[in-house]
Write a protein that binds this ligand. Structure first.
Ligand SMILES: Cc1ncc(COP(=O)(O)O)c(C=O)c1O
Length: 400
């Protein structure tokens, strides 16, 4: 009998973190590496938020807090849901955790029994299937490839639902594709769920504020109020306010689910960092100009990356609606041989050869459940992006 748990044996370590680590190691060894793997803004947390955190420390707000968040933060979150999403959640319906990741994990731990199925549209954020596995459930991927703009259809959702389906995890704009569902597209999915009252929806709205052109963000309980009692609306400050290290995520949902999530958290991490909670109060209540400024900045970067990658031979890069990722197809590169003699058989081989031969770190598509693709995070400077895309163009031009 092995020492480690059987459940853990079913789970993979995060491939995106593995790519970032590999890039950092190569950099430390003196190699000229451009990392396009990490999903975090490349700029600092705004000053007003840092000041609020320093004030919290000076005021001695450094003790345990209520397990799932201080009242002031829950009030700020409640106001945010009303302001941005037209959703009404009272303090009792709100949970605060150590990052968006813990919110999702708590919800799955609190609700899944062995054999429960969770529908996950693919390409998906790498953590969803593994979190479901850790919580004892069964992930059910539903694939939406490049030909359907990486969005599942109502018919696909309908076909995936069984009596054991507990959740649909919904993420728009999406990590890794940046694809966003319009109101009408989302209504198509919520109409299906209205016919299946045993299925709940976990909406991961982490990239709500990173949207481009005239795309309008919408959240499931807003589009279909009939789903309000079985929706968990998840969000966080990590991406919108460049606060990945502060670790604050939150959700609004039915009181009994929120209470169950509190129970999970009370026996694992207890409260999220007290100082970070005060910083998040300022992020949500303070000036929101950063959101508009970031949108412009990321839209310019998206345009640059999409245009340059589409000039690379064998690559097809759709133009996403939001987030800070593109998810190009490398179908045209499969079966060719790189300058250094590697036969490109799949996207993992492509990403490894790209890193070794050009120093550009991207994450291979198989990690997100749809191949042959790779994910670029363009949350880095335009200079770095330009240089990285040039290297990708040269690499692709060298494929024979
Ligand atoms: C879709 C999605 N949800 C949730 C998270 C987790 O965010 P946090 O850093 O707040 O845990 C991420 C982070 O990469 C993400 O991409």
């Amino acid at each position: 009998m092995g020492f480690l748990s059987d459940t853990l044996a079913r789970v993979k370590p995060s491939p995106t973190i593995a790519v970032s680590n590999m890039a950092q190691e190569l950099k430390a060894a003196g190699k000229d590496i451009i990392g396009l793997g990490a999903g975090e803004p490349d700029f600092d947390t705004p000053d007003n938020i840092k000041t609020a955190a320093k004030a919290a420390i000076d005021a001695g707000r450094t003790k345990y807090t209520a397990v799932d968040g201080i009242t002031e933060l829950k009030t700020a979150i409640s106001a945010k849901f009303k302001r941005d999403n037209d959703l009404h959640y009272t303090a009792k319906q709100i949970s605060v955790a150590t990052g968006g990741k813990q919110i999702l994990f708590n919800a799955l731990m609190a609700s899944l029994n062995p054999g429960d199925e969770v529908i996950i549209p693919a390409p998906y954020w790498v953590s969803y299937p593994d979190m479901v596995l850790l919580a004892g459930g069964t992930p059910v991927p539903v694939v939406a490839g490049i030909e359907s703009a990486f969005k599942i259809t109502p018919a696909q959702l309908e076909a995936a639902i069984t009596p054991r389906t507990k959740w649909l995890i919904f993420n728009s704009p999406s990590n890794p594709t940046g694809a966003g569902y319009s109101w009408a597209e989302l209504k198509g999915l919520t109409d299906v769920l209205m016919r299946h009252p045993h299925v709940w929806i976990m909406s991961d709205d982490m990239y709500e504020h990173l949207i481009f052109d005239d795309f309008k963000f919408c959240s499931p309980a807003q589009v279909e109020p009939g789903l309000y009692d079985r929706t968990l609306t998840c969000n966080g400050v990590s991406k919108a306010y460049a606060m990945t290290g502060w670790r604050i995520g939150y959700a609004g949902g039915p009181v009994h689910l929120i209470a169950a999530m509190r129970k999970v958290q009370s026996q694992s991490t207890s409260n999220p960092c007290s100082v970070s909670q005060w910083a998040a109060v300022e992020a949500l209540n303070g000036p929101q100009e950063i959101l508009t400024a970031n949108r412009k900045l990321f839209q310019n970067r998206r345009d640059l990356v999409v245009s340059m990658l589409n000039q690379a031979l064998g690559i097809d890069c759709p133009r996403p609606d939001g987030a800070f990722y593109v998810y190009p197809s490398i179908k045209g590169c499969i079966g060719k041989t790189s300058g250094a003699g590697t036969l490109i058989t799949d996207d993992e081989v492509f990403a490894t050869a790209l890193l070794e031969e050009t120093g550009v770190a991207v994450v291979f598509g198989a990690a997100f459940g749809v191949s042959p693709n790779f994910r670029v995070s363009y949350a880095t400077s335009e200079t770095a992006l330009q240089e990285a895309c040039k290297r990708i163009q040269t690499f692709c031009a060298g494929l024979k």
